[in-house]
Every structure is written in C-alpha cells, then in structure tokens.
Design a protein around this ligand. Structure first.
Ligand code: ZN
Length: 215
C-alpha cells in the first residue's frame, strides 16, 4: 500500500493510465464473454470435453461472468481515481467492494455448472409430482415412487393401462383395488379407472407406452 501511495504521489498520471488500461481489459473481456459469446474465454470451461460443455448453462454463465467483469472494470476506474486524489478511505472501501464482487461472481457461477444443472433437471414423471419432490427428502420421495409404481390404473372405458405414478398419482402401502375417476390419456377424458397392482409381467414395464403396446 505504501509503495502504491508513493507511486501515486510521484506519478499520478501513471496511476490513471494503468487504472484505465486494466479496467479496459476487464470491460473488453466482459463484453466478449457476456455479449459476443466468446465462451472459450471462460477459464475452466474452455478445457472441458464436449459432452461436459453441453451440460453447462453456458448462456447464463457467460452473462453472469460478463456482467461481473464489466462491473469490476468500472470499479477499477473508480479505484484509480480515488488513488489519484489520495482518497485512501474511499479507496479501501472500493477495494473491499471489488473483492466482494469477485466472491459473488465465483459463488454465483456454480449455479450454471453441470453438477447443479443436473440436480435441477427433473424427469417427466418427477415433474408430475413437483410439489412432493420439492417438499420431501429425496429418499422418501423415491420410496413413494417405488411404492406407487407397483400399481396401475386401467380405464374402464377403453382398457388403457397407465403406471399409477406416471399418471401423477401416489399410492403407498395401500390395500384394496378401488375405482377412481382419473384422466385417460387414450380417451382424452376423465373416466372411471380400476386401480390395481401390476402383474409380474406388467411390473417389468415401467413406461406407459410399453404397457400400451402390450395390451
Ligand atoms: Zn380410456
């Protein structure tokens, strides 16, 4: 810090020139990454193999990093100006803000990484149980899925069978074979359905379409 102040006092113009030069590097990088889609300028991403790259939310990541770099560039100019005028307290405050923004950029970018992206993806049948999936711990949710998938609903009108879980329903540790009003994908209408346990053959077929072709 002392040496910086000495330089600032000896050659103020140098500080401004260096500040602007560094700042323009940040801003130009920010524009290239965030606006011009030069994604390979993002360290780490550029070295990933293709199949990993595809799992990034790269547009979101690029905008996040690009905006961050532009903000840092503007802050650098402000830092240079504070140093130029010897506003040391303001300079220190600006440096803390700078470091804080670096932290936000680093922590925030995790949201766009493959690992988080995969966690956020739901299978189509998970999406039908969106609220339960959000509410329950994963282990209990999967236990409900396993229990419910032992059952199917069979349309009384057309005989179309659908996995009870895939249809958006939950049946866990239940007994009896009730009749319920459910939506039939085949009739495209609400119909009375027989709810029953799958036979061993049917239990092998998890996906509706496979059950359909076999019925
Ligand atoms: Zn039907």
């Amino acid at each position: 810090m002392t040496s910086l102040i000495e330089i600032a006092q000896n050659d103020r113009n140098l500080i401004i020139i260096a500040g602007f030069a560094l700042s323009s590097i940040f801003i130009i990088l920010g524009i290239l990454i965030g606006r011009r889609k030069y994604y390979n300028l993002i360290a780490g991403y550029n070295l990933e193999p293709k199949h990993i790259k595809e799992q990034y939310d790269i547009e979101g990541l690029a905008k996040h990093i690009g905006d961050g770099l532009i903000t840092l560039g503007v802050l650098l100019i402000i830092c240079a100006i504070f140093l130029y005028f010897n506003f040391l307290k303001l300079l220190i405050a600006a440096i803390f803000i700078f470091l804080f923004i670096v932290l936000i950029i680093l922590l925030g970018s995790r949201k766009f990484m493959p690992y988080t992206q995969n966690l956020m993806k739901e299978s189509p049948s998970d999406a039908r149980h969106h609220f339960l999936h959000w509410l329950l711990p994963e282990r209990i949710f999967r236990a409900l899925e396993k229990g419910s998938r032992k059952w199917l609903q069979e349309c009384r009108h057309c005989g179309y069978k659908q996995d009870y879980w895939e249809a958006g329903n939950v049946r866990y540790k239940a007994i009896g074979e009730p009749t319920q009003l459910q939506y039939c994908e085949n009739c495209k209408k609400f119909r009375m359905h027989k709810i029953r346990k799958k036979t061993i053959l049917e239990a092998d077929r998890i996906v509706n379409e496979i059950i359909k072709t076999n019925s």
